[in-house]
Design a protein around this ligand. Structure first.
Ligand code: CA
Length: 513
C-alpha cells in the first residue's frame, strides 16, 4: 500500500508512441523544476499536470511529435526537460482533402461478441429505446412558453397516473419562423426536428404543438400516415388559452396511455445506438478516457451495435487517419464531403479550425486543434468506419459511423439524438455538468482528481489508466458493462439523478430573415 502511494508520487510522464519527442506530466498539480523521472530526464522548469515536456532537444523549426504524428513545429529551440507550451508551437496546415488515402488500411472485421443484452423498450419500427418518454415537438419557438406551461401540468396532473412513463420532454428550439426556410442549408434544422421526434426513446408517439402562421409547416414534422398529431394554437375552435392547454393535455394523455403499456424486455446489445462525444478536453483525454471509450466502442461494434462519433472540427486535423479506415470508397468520399462542407461553412463565417480550442483546453495542456483531434479520434476505436451521416440524418447502418456535427456539446447532443442515439458517452477533462433530457449521458473523467472532486457529477473514472492502476482493456470492459446497465435503467447517471439537462440546440447554417 505504502509502496503504491510512493509510486504514485514518483515523477511520471506518458509517452504514447515510439516516435514522440514530447510526453505529458501525469502527477496531480504538475511537477517543479528539478524533478527527475525514472528515464533520467530532469525538468528544467515547472510543468503543469497534463502539459508536455520535451524528451530530447528540439531544433527550431523541427517537428513536435505526439501520438506518433506531427502536432506542430518548434518556433525556437527547445531543450530536453523544458515545458513545451502552446506559445512555443507553430500549428501545421490541415491535411489537404484532395490528397487523402481512401480505404487503404481498412481494419479486418473484429471477432463477433455474442451473448450481451440490455433491458430496452422495443418499438413497432424495430428500434429500441433506453427510456420511455413522451416527447412533445414544436414547429416554432412562439409556442415554447405554452408548451412549458402545459408540460408542467402534464408532469403534475397526468404523469403520476402512468408510472411506466419516465418523463415528458418538450422538444423546444429557436427555429420555425423568421428563417430562410427554402435556403439549401435549411434542410439541416428541418431534418433534425423531423428525426428528433422519431428518437427511439419517444416510442413513436408524436405530438406537435404549432402556432399556425409559421414558416415551418407542422405537417413536415409528422411522418406520413400519422394523423391527429398537431395542436394549432390559432385554430379558431379554441376559446382562450385554457382551451388550448386542455387540448394539449388531452392529446398528451392519449399518448401516455399507449406509452404506459411499454415494458422493458431483454434485447441484444446490437439494438443499442450509442453516441460518443467529448467536451472540456485536456491532454489526458487522448490517453485515458478516449482510449477507454474506443475500447468499449470496439466491444459495441463487435456486439453488432450502432456507434457514432462526431465533432467535425475535432476530426478534421486527423482526417488522414480516418479516410484510410473507411470501409469503402463511398464512405471515404462521404467523410471528405463532410469535411469540405464544414471548411466552407467556417470560411463563410470568417473563422477557421483554430477557433475550436478553448482556454480550458489550453490550460489542460492541449496546444492546438491538431493535438486535440489526435486525442479525440481515439474514441472511434479500431474498427472500419462503415457509414457517414450528414448533420441530423438518421442512422440506418450498424458499426462505427461518423455523424457529422459541430463540436459544440449541446448541438452535437441534439444532432446525435436526431440520428437515433439512445445513450451518449461523454468524456471530459476539465469537467462539465452536461446532460440530455431525452437520453442518458454517461460522463467519463480523464483524470481521477476530477472524478473524486466531482464525485456526484462524473459517472466513470478513466484516470486510473494514467496512474497505471488499470489497463485500457479493463477500463473499456467496465465502461461497456456500465453502458448496458444504464441502457437498462438499472443505473442512473448523475445528470438524470439531479435532473440537470442542457437545452436542445439546433444547428442552423442557413440565413435568418
Ligand atoms: Ca463537444
Amino acid at each position: 500500500m505504502d509502496q503504491d502511494v510512493a509510486a504514485k508520487e514518483q515523477p511520471r510522464y506518458i509517452k504514447l508512441n515510439e516516435r514522440d519527442n514530447v510526453a505529458i506530466v501525469v502527477n496531480d498539480f504538475g511537477l517543479p523544476a528539478g524533478s527527475r523521472f525514472a528515464s533520467g530526464l530532469t525538468l528544467r522548469a515547472f510543468v503543469p499536470q497534463g502539459h508536455k515536456t520535451s524528451l530530447v532537444d528540439i531544433a527550431e523549426g523541427a517537428p513536435i511529435i505526439r501520438y506518433g504524428e506531427i502536432i506542430g513545429y518548434a518556433l525556437a529551440p527547445i531543450l530536453a526537460g523544458e515545458w513545451v507550451d502552446e506559445a512555443r508551437i507553430r500549428m501545421p496546415e490541415a491535411p489537404d482533402l484532395d490528397k487523402l488515402e481512401i480505404s487503404t488500411a481498412v481494419p479486418a472485421p473484429l471477432p463477433p461478441l455474442d451473448g450481451f443484452t440490455f433491458e430496452g423498450y422495443r418499438n413497432p419500427d424495430g428500434s429500441v429505446g433506453t427510456k420511455n418518454i413522451l416527447g412533445i415537438s414544436s414547429s416554432v419557438q412562439c409556442v415554447k412558453g405554452t408548451m412549458e406551461y402545459a408540460v408542467k401540468r402534464i408532469r403534475a396532473e397526468l404523469l403520476p397516473k402512468y408510472p411506466n412513463v419516465d418523463d415528458v420532454v418538450p422538444l423546444t428550439h429557436a427555429y420555425g419562423c423568421g428563417v430562410a426556410i427554402n435556403a439549401p442549408d435549411a434542410i439541416v434544422p428541418i431534418r433534425t426536428l423531423q428525426n428528433l421526434a422519431l428518437n427511439p426513446n419517444f416510442g413513436g408517439e408524436i405530438l406537435v404543438i404549432s402556432l399556425g402562421c409559421e414558416k415551418l409547416a407542422p405537417e413536415r414534422l409528422v411522418p406520413e400516415g400519422v394523423s391527429d398529431a398537431i395542436v394549432r394554437m390559432q385554430d379558431e375552435a379554441f376559446d382562450g388559452f385554457g382551451a388550448i392547454v386542455d387540448a394539449i393535455m388531452t392529446q398528451a394523455e392519449a399518448r401516455l396511455k399507449i406509452l404506459n403499456k411499454r415494458t422493458r424486455e431483454a434485447c441484444p446489445a446490437s439494438d443499442l445506438v450509442i453516441g460518443l462525444q467529448c467536451g472540456g478536453s485536456d491532454a489526458f483525454s487522448g490517453v485515458t478516457a478516449n482510449p477507454a471509450v474506443g475500447f468499449a466502442a470496439d466491444l459495441l461494434v463487435r456486439a453488432g451495435a450502432t456507434v457514432m462519433f462526431s465533432e467535425v472540427t475535432e476530426v478534421r486535423d486527423a482526417i488522414q487517419l480516418l479516410t484510410r479506415r473507411a470501409i469503402n470508397e463511398d464512405v471515404g468520399r462521404a467523410l471528405v464531403r463532410e469535411m469540405a462542407w464544414y471548411d466552407s461553412y467556417l470560411a463563410r463565417g470568417g473563422a477557421d479550425r483554430s477557433a475550436n480550442t478553448t482556454p480550458g483546453n489550453k490550460k489542460g495542456g492541449l496546444a492546438n486543434i491538431v493535438e486535440k483531434s489526435l486525442g479525440s479520434i481515439v474514441k472511434s476505436g479500431s474498427s472500419a468506419i462503415t457509414g457517414v451521416l450528414a448533420p441530423g440524418e438518421r442512422a440506418t447502418q450498424k458499426g462505427m459511423l461518423f455523424a457529422a456535427t459541430p463540436a459544440s456539446d449541446f448541438i452535437c447532443g441534439t444532432l446525435q439524438l436526431a440520428s437515433g442515439m439512445t445513450l451518449q458517452v461523454f468524456t471530459t477533462g476539465r469537467g462539465t455538468p452536461y446532460g440530455l433530457a431525452a437520453a442518458p449521458v454517461i460522463k467519463v473523467a480523464t483524470r481521477t482528481e476530477l472524478a473524486r472532486r466531482w464525485k456526484d457529477l462524473i459517472d466513470f473514472d478513466a484516470g486510473r489508466i494514467a496512474t497505471g492502476e488499470k489497463t485500457i482493456e479493463e477500463t473499456g470492459w467496465d465502461l461497456f458493462r456500465l453502458i448496458l446497465d444504464v441502457a437498462s435503467g438499472r443505473t442512473k447517471p448523475w445528470s438524470d439523478r439531479w435532473g440537470i439537462h442542457n437545452d436542445l440546440t439546433l444547428f442552423n447554417p442557413a440565413p435568418v430573415t
